[in-house]
Write a protein of this length. Structure first.
Length: 118
């Protein structure tokens, strides 16, 4: 079982434990979406607890259905200890061009006095 599959099972078990017996998950290999019951809304306090306990970010998506009212689904993304998802970390890393890094090094040396002022 992969780490993502284990996480999906853990999230499902947490939802079951909190009274949501019908839980559907769909994975795309990096994150997954969750639907509970017939597109029910999760309490904000449960979302917050799950984010903390499972080290995930849960984003609520809702839309109106003419027949059923508001429907809800949740995107669950894995985050590291910094609170960023893998995609966000990769995006942050790619923003550091060689020119940016050289400028940052110059400013650091200037501010710390490693390079004197002529």
């Amino acid at each position: 079982m992969t780490n993502l599959e284990t996480l999906m099972l853990d999230v499902t078990n947490t939802l079951n434990h909190n009274g949501f017996d019908e839980v559907k998950t769909v994975s795309n290999n990096t994150d997954f979406s969750v639907r509970v019951g017939y597109w029910e809304q999760l309490p904000a306090s449960l979302i917050e607890t799950m984010e903390e306990y499972h080290s995930v970010r849960i984003t609520e998506y809702d839309w109106e259905d003419d027949d059923c009212g508001t429907l809800y689904r949740y995107l669950v993304e894995v985050v590291d200890e910094s609170g960023y998802t893998l995609n966000e970390l990769n995006e942050l890393e790619s923003n550091y061009t060689e020119e940016y890094l050289e400028e940052a090094e110059f400013l650091h040396r200037y501010e710390t006095g490693e390079w004197g002022v002529a």
